[in-house]
Design a protein. Structure first.
Lengths: 474, 125
């Protein structure tokens, strides 16, 4: 985007409109707030803004611009995402008073299964044996769905914001410009309205960010990479039988493939692949791997036509995602590397809402109170880069891979053991803990010593423990 | 349709936490009701009945002391466990997360004050 050419402050000489205290850049009774984008970031921002404004006796008008219809399946409602609500976010939302209903959660996950080439699968359970990861569909369901048994996750969050008092405007925003120092929205059908505050929550998978170029901000969009997501219809019973309530993670040494997982939903299983230039050939190679075949019924064949997409994913945060009266939340601002994008949307959206209500809506307010939350994620992502580099190394090096599998198998066999490596892998794959915490735990002398022992022991044939993996077939 | 597909189920009468034990988590009631009881046997006193959306066990998170009461399921109950580390880490990042907890705890103190006033009034009669 272009460098700043016009600042809203230049227009402050114009008479203050009702809703904002003159020149104070603070929300006041009657302030109007526009939220562009009604995905998780937009909904969390609206929900917490209204919640905290109510506490402060502020009556705000919040308009959420979202053209998607969350009752229609396929691209009409899909927000192109693997659809995992992390363990930490599920707990925090419960604390916030937001419990995800069964009509939205297609499956509660309580474990994961680690698949590596040449080893038996290892089933890793949480110590509490509690379903605290939610597998959802962001939209109403994949293209071609026959029966919609579950509701859209994004639609549910939108309903929450409406219950708090937000207005949903089903219009596509075409242009945002300054008008009298305030952001003004123009929709595709000619609707024009000015606001005291604008929150952009448009993600990185639409052309909506272009609409903000007219503001001339110093904001630069995030760097992105492509992922691959597809949905396969297996039916509830088959999903239950073949995959259970576990996320299946595959550590394969396949060229161009960084990370792969199968997520069981209600009637569907979601395939998520991360890597470079993922094409149908790589998808086919992955699905033909014996370890993957075992997660599907023996007679299953990849259908000719199925719902799939290659969405963009934020891998490096935006530059200066704020200005006077403008803030960027969720994926179009700063997110978490590879994991827990919905959790990152919650954090940045809430930080922006808290700042707007309690501090103010100037660029300085957002820099002081919203930006630290984004920077914390960005710093952690740098550590995350190291964690995923180590994971890829383990994928490539057979002895290290076997050592990890052997160590985790041993931990799972012993009731009451500390299960250090299982915990490290759990948090890496589920996105439930900060990467710095994961790295610190993986560097614990006890973990390194045990891993070294398991790598060496794994190289020695016919030891008693080398037979372990057979007991953990799923 | 149940309220949530997540969390853990407990049968009626089952203790979710027991008085005197060390705790490192709190709980949110997802579905059903629980009773909070102090003491045991005939001398036990029911302190409260908590329903959906209410939480318990938060005192052990903040004061690191043992559980001050036993919480039992009243019928079939679904609860979500919230880890101490997850909760405290998030509060340190976003203190506003504590608003809801403070509001609920304020409500409980208000209830206790009312009960205390009632008891003192009876004692004076």
């Amino acid at each position: 985007m272009a460098l700043a050419t016009e600042k809203p402050q230049s227009d402050r000489n114009s008479a203050p409109e009702p809703g904002v205290e003159a020149n104070s850049l603070k929300l006041a009774d009657g302030s109007k707030v526009a939220v562009v984008g009604g995905g998780p970031a937009g909904s969390f921002f609206s929900y917490f803004l209204l919640d905290m404004a109510e506490m402060m006796d502020l009556n705000l008008q919040v308009d959420v611009y979202e053209p998607r219809d969350y009752t229609r399946p396929g691209p009409a409602s899909c927000n192109t995402c693997g659809g995992i609500v992390s363990e930490s976010l599920v707990q925090i939302l419960a604390t916030e008073g937001i419990s995800l209903p069964e009509s939205v959660v297609q499956r509660g996950l309580d474990s994961y299964v680690l698949h590596t080439a040449g080893n038996s699968a290892v089933h890793i359970k949480t110590p509490l044996k509690e379903k605290r990861i939610a597998a959802v569909h962001r939209g109403a369901g994949p293209r071609g769905i026959k029966e919609m048994k579950w509701r859209s996750f994004d639609g549910y969050l939108q309903e929450l914001t409406v219950s708090k008092g937000a207005n949903v405007i089903k219009k596509r925003v075409q242009k945002v410009v300054w008008n009298g120092g305030r952001p003004q929205i123009e929709t595709k059908d000619g609707h024009v309205e000015s606001y005291d505050l604008l929150a952009a929550a448009v993600g990185v998978n639409t052309a909506a960010l272009k609409a903000f170029e007219g503001l001339g901000l110093t904001y630069k969009p995030p760097k992105v990479t492509r992922t691959y997501i597809s949905e396969f219809l297996l039916g509830h019973e088959t999903v239950e039988k073949c995959l259970g309530n576990a996320m299946h993670v595959f550590l394969f040494d396949m060229p161009r493939l960084k990370f792969s997982a199968l997520i069981p939903k209600g009637d569907y299983v979601t395939l998520c692949l991360l890597g470079k230039d993922i094409d149908s050939e790589l998808v086919g190679e992955f699905l033909d791997a014996p370890e993957v075949r075992r997660c599907f019924p023996p007679d299953w064949e990849k259908p000719e036509d199925f719902c799939h997409c290659s969405p963009r994913m934020n891998i490096e945060g935006a530059v200066e995602p704020f200005a006077d009266r403008v803030v960027f939340v969720g994926d179009c601002g700063v997110s978490r590397l590879y994991k827990d994008g919905i959790g990152a949307a919650y954090r940045t959206a809430k930080a922006a809402a808290v700042t707007s209500v309690f501090e103010g809506i100037s660029a300085d307010d957002f820099r002081q109170h919203f930006w630290p939350a984004c920077q914390k994620l960005e710093t952690d992502n740098k550590v995350g880069g190291l964690v995923f580099m180590a994971t890829r190394l383990v994928q490539k090096l057979g002895p290290a891979r076997n050592g990890v599998v052997r160590m985790v198998s041993g931990e799972q066999e012993k009731e009451g053991s500390k299960r250090r490596m299982s915990g490290v892998l759990w948090d890496t794959f589920t996105g439930s803990a900060p990467y710095r915490d994961i790295l610190a735990r993986s560097m614990h002398p006890a973990v390194l010593a045990s891993l070294a022992w398991n790598i060496v022991a794994g190289l020695v044939p016919f030891t008693r423990k080398n037979k372990r993996g057979d007991k953990h077939d799923t | 349709m149940t309220r949530s597909a997540l969390g853990k189920w407990f049968e009626g009468g089952e203790a979710i936490v027991s008085q005197g034990e060390v705790g490192d988590c709190m709980y949110v009631v997802e579905q059903g009701e629980v009773e909070v009881v102090q003491g045991s046997g005939e001398g036990s006193v029911r302190l409260a009945v908590l329903g959906e959306g209410e939480f318990f066990g938060e005192m052990a998170i903040f004061d690191r002391d043992v559980r001050s009461a036993t919480v039992r399921a009243l019928g079939k109950v679904q609860v979500m466990t919230v880890d101490r580390v997850t909760f405290l880490r998030r509060i340190s990042e976003d203190p506003s997360l504590a608003f809801r907890i403070i509001k609920k705890m304020s409500g409980r103190i208000r209830d206790l004050n009312n009960e205390l006033t009632g008891l003192k009034g009876k004692a004076l009669e």
